[in-house]
Design a protein around this ligand. Sequence first.
Ligand SMILES: NC(=O)c1ccc[n+]([C@@H]2O[C@H](COP(=O)([O-])OP(=O)(O)OC[C@H]3O[C@@H](n4cnc5c(N)ncnc54)[C@H](O)[C@@H]3O)[C@@H](O)[C@H]2O)c1
Length: 370
Amino acid sequence: MPVLRVLSTVAKQALQAPVCGYQPLAVTARCISFSPRQVPPGSDASFHSVSFSETDHPKVLITGMMSDFPNHRKRFGKNNVILSDIRKPSSHVFHSGPFIYSDILDYKNLREIVVNNRITWLVHYSALLSAVGEANVSLARAVNITGLHNILDIAAEHGLRLFVPSTIGAFGPTSPRNPTPDLCVQRPRTIYGVSKVHAELMGEYYHQRYGLDFRCLRYPGIISADSQPGGGTTDYAVQIFHDAVKSGKFECNLRQDTRLPMMYIDDCLRATIEVMEAPAEALTMRTYNINAMSFTPEELAQEIQKQLPDLQVTYEVDVMRQGIADSWPMNFDDTNARHDWGWKHDYDLPELVQTMLNFIGSESQIAQAT
Ligand SMILES: NC(=O)c1ccc[n+]([C@@H]2O[C@H](COP(=O)([O-])OP(=O)(O)OC[C@H]3O[C@@H](n4cnc5c(N)ncnc54)[C@H](O)[C@@H]3O)[C@@H](O)[C@H]2O)c1
């Protein structure tokens, strides 16, 4: 998912709207006085006296980075948003605005970044996704759980507004699957899902215990044209577009009737901004399902074939991915998000397919011409 597009959108919002997202200093102080990771007396605690004026904009740190993104950053106020990752950025990313190396497992480094840059919002995308996580459980446990603990402590200590995405993968085979409501049994069977349930519960706990302004959306599978799939179970729904345009053939690693909730990236990014900017009193919960559409590989292929009738799709099921998909929601109930902060998606399947093919088709034409 192109996190840098979040960056651009967040920066745009930051420039348009004065003051949003600051915890009052009183809340910050309350957080710090009870913080689970106390700063020892007499040490470098002088940053506690920092306060923000009414005209300040949010200063956003985003963890986790994608290699590709449209060059929107300059337009949207690049200095208000700092992108971070452990991966080397493309030259495009590197030259377009602030980027810093940050390993979320390095707590002191995170703290230094937040303090030195007067960060006020933290958007925490770094994670290992479902299929990659199953292939390396101990790393997934470290990044998704220990890393999250660092993020929660940093956010609580510095009065940050914190966004952490969760996922359909936070549900399991004993959850109601069609539809899946916000509150129900959550017994996922992947380390990814377990770590995301942990993130939801820890965020909500920190909200109640320390006043942390924690906000969380459970994303469906996210479909985006300007990034490569990151090792998730819904990756097929991105790869099919690239293969359809490039070769006219696609081998799907899920069964043709596997129904999963999905969303186009623009809807996902807009939802993220909207929940971050929602007044606290509008939020009756701190973790919301959001949804746009649900489809199977067969339905997606049929929609693409309306534009590319020669597309051939074959099915070579990956047992591990299929097992994960069969335990996930088929449809997501996002009634609460729609009611509380006005969530409304723009893209259904036909618009999604048209947009993806336009984007990838034009990229492919550019590549051929150069
Ligand atoms: N892509 C989806 O369909 C989807 C669906 C639901 C939720 N989400 C959530 O959205 C977020 C972003 O997903 P994505 O698709 O961009 O994943 P991704 O795998 O493309 O990106 C995750 C990033 O985390 C970084 N990272 C890994 N270890 C790190 C560390 N120790 N310190 C700092 N960074 C580290 C990686 O380098 C990578 O750039 C994740 O939290 C994921 O759970 C994604």
